[in-house]
Design a protein around this ligand. Structure first.
Ligand code: GDP
Length: 543
């Protein structure tokens, strides 16, 4: 019996606490992974393991497994766009866990990255057979840039896969992140019998899977002597590997974990709930609670200061007859109280929080109070933009949300040239909201701006909103570029004047940065060789 078991099932009373006290028991995190690594399965396993606070959302609709996560995603599919980016909130060992979704798959977009501005920790989920994959890399880059600490979970250990030491090596080599395993598998992937909790090495947690694997594996504590006897060579190998790691200084180190230079590593199989409880415990024990947040221009806002919050995502409804817009706000300090009027830092104007909801999967229910680390959805928040700060009391302004390296580019034109005024207004608005990035070039002119996106779904949002909201339907022509680098006026002149390489330079409208666009990194490299003096800097989360 662990202390996690004893607390499970007890609902958490979140009413009436102080901001600092409530912040201390919150853990706000996201799972970053490549599609198919098992994020939905793990999300569901976590929610089932812990006690979901918003019970109705967790259990309604479906019987059996795959309830929570698939409900969550089906809505996104039905709408054809990543609309929810909801938050699962659950209690574990007297703590409140907020798990923010990072949409993946086809709807990968800037929103996926922006979610990482609202979390204090990330769980990096790796498929044991595949190791580090493309989308994991991109998301990890953003975590590194923002200094978000990362806990690693190696999933699918119930299937044949790669050696544990080899996977650790890959993390260290490719991410320059020192892996510090906190659990270690007994048995190769596909033949796992159990896990050793590195902090309690004198025993093994043995898992016995139930037929079909759809239920939680039975967990049994086996003392070392018996494990040695029963597991033979597998036990021997696991303990030898652990000794090797210990000699290598791979022990958990809190300071470097919080600094984002080491990562505690866990092994398991989300599908059978193997290792999931240990991961959940780690989120509570290791992930940082919400802390003071840096302010633009220096200083920081402590969690017990009056209310402040950051808008990290704005979701516009795609249905033109139903134009509500939800702004997702992470509470950074103080207590959020529905009904209070707060100030929008960008305009200095008051903002009424009358329509605040908690956002749990499909369900929206009114939220009255929220604490640092919590996420609330503000409905009908037409005035709010991604990156906005809201505050009460002494003013606060959080630094602007970074823009991310786009990988998809399309020229946008109005279908009806007579509506070019509406067209320009709409495009400017969508740029300001952060729906897409808008680029222009001297060569193309501002009648034919280029839209730049992290994921192609962002273009669908533009098309739908331009037609529905601004009455200016658009035509998009995809450009053959997939890589952007930052350059300067000289680099732009070289690129635009060059006939040697495929590519062009464009100015990003809002921040006036100049981007050099190439079909791929080979073209970028060949341009770099042809013009060794030209600046070509990678952008955040670029290849
Ligand atoms: P997502 O795309 O990252 O959300 O991945 P899913 O959770 O949908 O999982 C992708 C596939 O991997 C599904 O077929 C899952 O059943 C399977 N899967 C997830 N976790 C495990 C695991 O621990 N072991 C095995 N063998 N399969 C898993």
């Amino acid at each position: 019996m662990t202390d996690s078991d004893s607390d499970e099932g007890g609902s958490v009373n979140t009413m009436g606490g102080s901001a600092a006290g409530e912040a201390a028991r919150r853990r706000t995190f996201a799972v970053i992974s490549h599609p198919d690594a098992g994020k939905s399965t793990l999300t569901e396993a976590l929610a089932l393991h812990a006690h979901a606070i918003t019970e109705a959302g967790a259990v309604h609709g479906k019987s059996g497994r795959r309830g929570v996560a698939s409900d969550w995603m089906e809505m996104e599919k039905a709408r054809g766009i990543s609309v929810t980016s909801a938050v699962l909130q659950f209690a574990h060992r007297g703590h409140v866990l907020n798990l923010l979704d990072t949409p993946g798959h086809a709807d990968f977009s800037e929103d996926t990255y922006r979610v990482l501005a609202a979390v204090d920790c990330a769980v990096m989920l790796i498929d044991a057979a595949k190791g580090l994959e493309e989308q994991t890399r991109k998301l990890f880059d953003v975590c590194r840039h923002r200094g978000v600490p990362v806990i690693t979970f190696v999933n699918k250990w119930d299937r044949p896969g790669r050696e544990a030491l080899e996977l650790l090596d890959e993390i260290e080599r490719e991410f320059r992140l020192r892996p510090t395993p906190l659990t270690w598998p007994v048995g190769a992937p596909g033949y796992m019998h159990g896990l050793i909790d590195v902090r309690e090495p004198g025993q093994m947690l043995r898992y016995t899977r139930t037929p079909g694997g759809s239920h939680e594996a039975v967990e049994e504590l086996v003392p070392a002597e018996r494990a040695a006897l029963e597991e033979g060579a597998d036990w021997e190998q696991a303990t030898e590997e652990l000794q090797l790691l210990r000699a290598d200084g791979a022990g958990f180190d809190r300071a470097s974990f919080l600094a984002g230079t080491s990562t505690p590593v866990f092994f398991g199989a989300a599908i059978s709930n193997i290792g999931v409880r240990l991961l959940l415990d780690a989120v509570v024990d290791l992930a940082p609670a919400p802390g003071p947040r840096e302010l633009e221009g220096g200083g920081s806002r402590p969690v017990d200061a009056p209310f402040s919050g950051l808008v990290f995502k704005v979701q516009a409804n795609m249905d033109p007859s139903h134009r509500d817009r939800i702004a997702f706000l992470r509470v950074c300090s103080g207590v959020f109280e529905r009904g209070a009027t707060v100030t929008r830092a960008a305009s200095g104007k008051p903002f009424a929080t009358k329509y605040a909801h908690s956002v749990f999967g499909q369900d929206r229910s009114m939220v009255d109070t929220a604490y640092p680390g919590d996420v609330v959805g503000l409905v009908n928040a037409a005035a709010l933009r991604v990156g906005d700060t809201l505050y009460a009391g002494p003013p606060a302004l959080f630094p602007a949300m970074p823009t991310f390296a786009p990988e998809h580019f399309a020229v946008v034109r109005p279908v009806d040239i007579g509506r070019s005024k509406q067209f320009r207004r709409g495009i400017a608005q969508l740029d300001e909201e952060g729906v897409v990035q808008v680029l222009v070039s001297d060569v193309r002119g501002d009648q034919a701006p280029v839209l730049a996106a992290v994921g192609p779904m962002q273009f669908d949002v533009v098309s739908a909103r331009m037609a529905g909201e601004f009455s200016a339907p658009v035509r998009l022509e995809m450009l053959p570029y997939h890589l952007a680098r930052a350059t300067d006026a000289a680099g732009a002149a070289d690129l635009n004047g060059s006939r040697l390489v495929e590519g062009e330079a464009l100015t990003r409208v809002r921040d006036k940065a100049v981007l050099a666009l190439f079909p791929d990194r080979w073209q970028a490299n060949s341009f770099g060789r042809a013009f060794p003096g030209a600046r070509l800097d990678p952008l955040l989360a670029a290849h």
